[in-house]
Ligand binder design. Structure first.
Ligand code: CAO
Length: 464
């Protein structure tokens, strides 16, 4: 039997045992870490000074130890054949003792031959001084974990920054890493994460090495919407078709209707008219209100016109659903959209408020931008992004161009300045349609956006 004690650890006295890395009956190799101790300045692991089987554990987590304190009694293994049989028995015993499938330490590496006993006299002061032991607890910004846990995390590919530590002072334990891996796989099964998808992970970077950093927790909505967006992005082959509509007449109508709307306490945003135009286009192009069946061999076409509307809240993006847009007038939609956005921002949406859309609109027009590529809200197959309406000079009047040729092939010098006509300031609404290319072809998408453009350019068509 060999007693393993706390070696000379420098100028430290009464340091805390923060983690026991072996269980009774565990087979350990020379230099395998046995316990982790922590002072205010450093965390260090006390290694085994020989190969053997843990016969007794003489400390528990939270104990305070100094140089010479007894940690472990080791049944030293002298040769490999004995070691192997001991190992089998020992692990059986360990299972019985712990009542679970394994101990708190990560699986041992492949056994190495036992080292001669004289290594017990190694200079631990040199090996285990705080600097040599890779202090971790005092480097601000770094997760709190022992070197062993860090090594195990590297082996598993678990970013320590994402692991939630359940040990004292938030210390990350081996079990925390295991739980993290289990959770990642569970998410992967549900299609929510990249784990198991074969997508290379973005390497973990120690940003603090380049300058000061600070942490900011994701909001609850961001935690939910992030994986949902990622799932859509990874599953759907996205294409985005950009287009625009001359909304000068529509905007005139909207301006003229302001007073009537305000009598009802309403504001009329361009989005309301776009919702009506989208419903007509969806009616005419049923595949845009479809979902691809799970078997991938047919479409489920929805015969209702519920639209998801992306709402920006201080907690992140949510997409409540406005139902039966085809059956509602502009004023009714204005009241409903306003109430829905308010409930979203007050975090008062019920789960059912977020379900059942056949197509989504995301309007950034009130903020700015000329175009963007919205992510389809799977299992829907299309999403329309609205950008900011701008004033643009548009040629009005008889075409000065040679109509037998494609207008883009005509150089400016060929334009006849004497022709009647003029450039007019017009209001142009840019919009972007992202679609699932498994369901919708580019030509169909271009027809859809062209139709939408005509509907918005001539609002009388919205009445038909
Ligand atoms: N071009 C120019 N101005 C526009 C416009 C457009 N396309 N769309 C709206 N506006 C104007 C409105 O008329 C309004 O002007 P007034 O204050 O002078 O009346 C102003 O911009 C603000 O409009 P709004 O954004 O409050 O209202 P809305 O009905 O257009 O949109 C809502 C409502 C809930 C969709 C919106 O507030 C919102 O949250 N948009 C963000 C959606 C989002 O984040 N999408 C990104 C998803 S991808 O990450």
């Amino acid at each position: 039997m060999l007693e393993i004690r706390v070696p000379d650890i420098g100028d430290f006295d009464e340091v805390e045992v923060v983690e026991i890395l072996v269980a009774k009956g565990d087979r350990v190799e020379f230099e395998d870490p046995l316990v982790s101790i922590e002072s205010e300045k450093a965390t260090m692991e006390i290694p085994s000074t020989a190969a053997g089987v843990v016969a007794e554990l003489r400390v528990a987590e939270g104990d305070r130890v100094s140089e010479g304190s007894l940690l472990v009694v080791l049944d030293v293994v002298m040769d490999e054949s004995v070691a192997q049989s001991d190992k089998t028995e020992a692990s059986e015993e360990a299972k019985k003792d712990s009542g679970s499938e394994g101990s708190d330490r990560p699986p041992s590496p492949a056994p190495e031959p036992a080292r001669p006993d004289h290594v017990e006299r190694a200079d631990f002061r040199r090996e285990l001084s705080p600097a040599a032991a890779n202090p971790v607890a005092d480097r601000s910004g770094l997760p709190h974990a022992s070197p062993l846990v860090r090594r195990y995390a590297r082996e598993l590919g678990v970013p320590l920054a994402q692991a939630e530590g359940t040990g004292g002072h938030g210390r990350i334990l081996v079990d925390d890493l295991r739980r993290q891996v289990r959770e990642r796989f569970a998410e992967g099964d549900a299609g929510g994460a990249t784990a198991g998808s074969g997508i290379p992970r973005v390497p973990e970077i120690d940003h603090a090495a380049f300058g000061p950093v600070r942490k900011e927790k994701l909001t609850r909505i961001q935690k939910v919407s992030g994986p949902v967006l990622q799932r859509s992005w990874l599953n759907i082959p996205h294409v985005t078709q950009h287009d625009e509509a001359d909304v000068t007449v529509l905007e005139g109508f909207r301006r003229d209707s302001r007073e009537a709307a305000s009598e009802h306490g309403l504001k009329l945003s361009p989005l309301l008219f776009v919702m009506k135009a989208v419903v007509i286009a969806l009616y005419e192009f049923p595949s845009f209100r479809a979902s691809l069946a799970a078997e991938g061999d047919h479409l489920v076409i929805k015969e209702y016109f519920h639209l998801g509307i992306a709402v920006d809240t201080d907690q992140g993006l949510v997409v409540p659903v406005v139902r039966d847009v085809d059956q509602k007038g502009i004023f009714e939609l204005a009241a409903e959209l306003n109430a829905t956005a308010e409930r979203a921002r007050a975090r008062k949406l019920a789960p059912d408020d977020l379900k059942g859309a056949c197509f989504t609109i995301s309007s950034l027009g009130g903020i700015g931008g000329t175009a963007f590529t919205p992510i389809v809200n799977a299992p829907e197959v299309g999403i329309l992004g609205l950008s900011k309406t701008r004033v643009q000079a548009v040629w009005r009047g008889p075409s000065p161009l040679d109509l037998t040729r494609d207008s883009e092939s005509v150089s400016p010098s060929e334009i006849d300045p004497s022709a009647e006509g003029r450039f007019e300031p017009r209001l142009i609404l840019p919009f972007s349609l992202s679609y699932d290319h498994r369901v919708i072809d580019g030509a169909l998408a271009a027809r859809f956006t062209s139709r939408l453009s005509r509907l918005l350019s001539d609002p009388t068509q919205l009445l038909l």
